[in-house]
Design a protein around this ligand. Structure first.
Ligand code: DP6
Length: 424
């Protein structure tokens, strides 16, 4: 939108962008400068109703410098280098092409930009925000500059911010094609299936308690590429086969195959981390407990017929101890009951902050101080034989969400900047 008219007009855009969680992991760069990956990857976009980054960008002939506010704080140094600046420069360049072709267009490429960006999930939740963050930045700038490039083109610019951001410019099921061009012209995202394709698919984000900050993914993956011998096997043979199979499973809504590949790929990613020298570990004992519990869930039998119920849930872990569980809607109540029983909240945590979706999931009228999740003893009995509940507070929070759409465009009333161009 433009604010005002004539030579003093300002131009603005506000968007939200989603988080994505890979089921075939990106781990390894063949070019660290252009962020070109060693292998293709595939993710599910999660719903922005639950998790998103919101970003407003505005350019004005009045602004003296590019400025950036992240989650309420201004980034102290004017970002004239770094990944965000790189994305900005790329988009400015595309804007300039339009201006050179149409001399009547306002010269937005010469204006400085104010950027405000916020996550709707606390950074303390331990969730990665670079994917939604760079996707939101790139989408907002492209809108403000009135660029005509499509989402696949845009994904290449988001890639320069963070590899995983490549996949956050689409909703649904998204592949980041590694590509072959040394300059990265074919290293971009494509939508494998839209968010409406598999409406029963659900995700649970299990935020695991962890004090220490682990190895950042950029340095972690570079160490893996240069030291792991398992890694070569993974990118040469394992990933290409899995990608083909999981795409087919997604198109057929074949949960069992989708889930098995997802779990195996998460496990292999963490195996190449352990094969890195010195080794990198992202999962902790709570993560391992979650893996055990999901495998128990997947080996349950029907209490009446004794027939196996089959694979009904899949875990996946990124560069930290938090788990994301994929399952279908029909299993969600049972699964959440089991998880919350064996990973109970700390005494100080209200049900409202531990499991914000509790009222709709369990028909609990209101989330007051004393609300608890109803117990189902017969459901828990088979697990209790071998599984001992974890310490209170091992899982801090459970976010219940589904597959969602790509970046959303908001109007001026939702802007994060006030009239003076400062954060509201
Ligand atoms: C484990 O996208 O954070 O989440 O490209 O260096 O910014 P950079 O890395 P980043 O890596 C994410 C790795 C992962 C797997 C994935 O999302 O595919």
């Amino acid at each position: 939108v433009s604010i005002g008219t004539g030579a003093s007009a300002e131009y603005e855009a506000t968007v939200t962008s989603p988080v994505n969680i890979a089921v075939i992991k990106y781990w390894g760069k063949r070019n660290t400068d252009l962020i070109l990956p060693t292998n293709s990857s595939l993710s599910c976009t999660l719903s922005q109703d639950d998790l998103h980054t919101k970003t407003t960008v505005r350019c004005s002939p009045k602004y003296k410098q590019d400025r950036l506010w992240l989650n309420g704080f201004e980034e102290p140094v004017v970002p004239t280098h770094g990944r965000g600046y790189r994305c900005l420069q790329e988009l400015r360049q595309l804007r300039k092409v339009i201006e050179d072709e149409n001399p009547t267009e306002p010269k937005l490429s010469e204006y400085k930009v104010h950027i405000v960006s916020e996550n709707n999930f606390p950074t303390a939740a331990g969730l990665a925000s670079s994917a939604s963050g760079y996707a939101a930045l790139v989408q907002a700038l492209a809108n403000m500059y009135n660029l005509t490039c499509d989402q696949t083109e845009l994904s290449k610019i988001a890639r320069l911010g963070s590899g995983s951001a490549t996949r956050s410019v689409f909703g649904g099921f998204v592949e980041w094609k590694a590509g072959e061009d040394p300059l990265g012209s074919d290293s971009c995202a494509v939508c494998v299936a839209p968010e409406t394709h598999w409406p029963s698919l659900r995700a649970l984000v299990l935020v695991v308690s962890d004090a220490k900050k682990g190895t950042p993914s950029t340095s972690g993956m570079s160490a893996t590429v240069s030291t792991s011998t398992l890694f070569e096997q993974r990118i040469k043979y394992v990933v290409p086969e899995r990608l083909k199979d999981i795409k087919e499973a997604i198109l057929n809504k074949d949960f069992k195959t989708f889930a098995e590949i997802t779990m195996r790929d998460s496990n292999q990613f963490h195996a190449v981390c352990l094969d890195t020298y010195p080794p990198i570990t992202y999962m902790n004992n709570i993560s391992i407990g979650i893996i055990r519990l999901i495998h128990m869930f997947n080996s349950q039998v029907d209490p009446e017929t004794n027939a196996p119920l089959g694979v009904r849930a899949a875990y996946t872990f990124d560069a930290g101890p938090n788990a994301v569980i994929y399952t279908e809607e029909s299993n969600i109540k049972e699964l959440v009951s089991i998880i919350t029983h064996f990973f109970p909240p700390s005494q100080a945590t209200s049900l409202k902050s531990y499991l914000p979706s509790a009222p709709s999931l369990f028909d609990i009228p209101a989330l007051d101080q004393n609300s608890t999740i109803p117990l189902n003893e017969s459901l828990l009995a088979p697990y209790k034989k071998t599984f001992v509940p974890f310490e209170l507070g091992s899982i801090r929070r459970i976010i219940y969400t589904k597959i969602g759409d790509g970046p959303r465009f908001l109007n001026h009333s939702q802007s994060l900047l006030n009239e003076a161009g400062m954060p509201k």
